[in-house]
Write a protein that binds this ligand. Structure first.
Ligand code: IYR
Length: 222
């Protein structure tokens, strides 16, 4: 396909408005917390649809959009995912994880029990597509991890901005998701987002709110 340029539609704002918005966004995003206790409150499909459409706008390799999002509301499927994830997590916490990893996880208070996989109203499994298959032709994708990582960041931001809470869950390995969700072999699970509202009195680890200062996370050449 040849290069066909079209005029950029950019909304130019005043400096004051830009400053206000930058502060507003930071104030909003800094309140995001990963939660592990969900209420049973349902979520309107349109909120999830808009968040996925937002994720689908992410910058990505050659605009090949190497992602697929599976939304799970079905109780039986959530139960199957919980069972499979807990089986992997049991091995992780009791056999596979080296002591230093378990030590790093201690302040988060996590263990092999994953009740939230059944409690939360919505799970979104994000898959990365190593390659795509269109009309039986294999199309290679580029910068897949980077693209799907950025899309997931936008998805999380959209859900948080909408007023929802979530957990980025990564049971390792996650290949059971292909089987349960009937996804093809060119797709690899990237993350399982657990989405909903917090249970009343939900507790979160104090440690995880301690973010590194700007000095520590950035270097500026002026
Ligand atoms: N997947 C495990 C362990 C775990 C690993 C990291 I790195 C975390 O930030 C949190 C948990 C679990 O979900 O318990």
């Amino acid at each position: 396909m040849k290069y066909q340029p079209v005029k950029l539609k950019h909304t130019f704002l005043s400096i004051n408005e830009i400053k206000e918005r930058s502060q507003f966004f930071y104030n909003l995003i800094k309140k995001r917390r990963s939660i592990r206790q969900f209420s049973l409150k349902k979520i309107d499909d349109n909120i999830i649809k808009n968040a996925i459409k937002s994720a689908g706008t992410a910058p990505n390799g050659a605009n090949l959009q190497p992602w697929h999002f599976v939304v799970i509301k079905n109780k039986k499927i959530k139960k199957a995912i919980k069972k499979a994830a807990e089986k992997e997590e049991e091995k992780f916490y009791n056999k596979v994880a080296p002591p230093e990893w378990l030590k790093a996880l201690q302040p988060l208070g996590t263990d092999e029990h994953k009740e939230f996989l059944e409690e939360a109203p919505i799970l979104i499994a994000v898959f990365e597509k190593k390659f795509s298959i269109e009309k039986k032709v294999k199309i290679k994708n580029y910068y897949v991890k980077e693209s799907v990582g950025i899309a997931t960041g936008i998805l999380i931001s959209a859900l948080h901005y909408s007023g929802l809470c979530m957990l980025t869950h990564t049971p390792s390995p996650m290949t059971f998701l292909n089987k349960i969700l009937k996804r093809p072999i060119n797709e690899k699970p990237f993350v399982l987002l657990v989405v909903g509202f917090p249970k009343s009195n939900t507790k979160v680890p104090k440690f995880a709110s301690q973010k590194k200062s700007l000095d520590k996370i950035s270097t500026w050449f002026k």
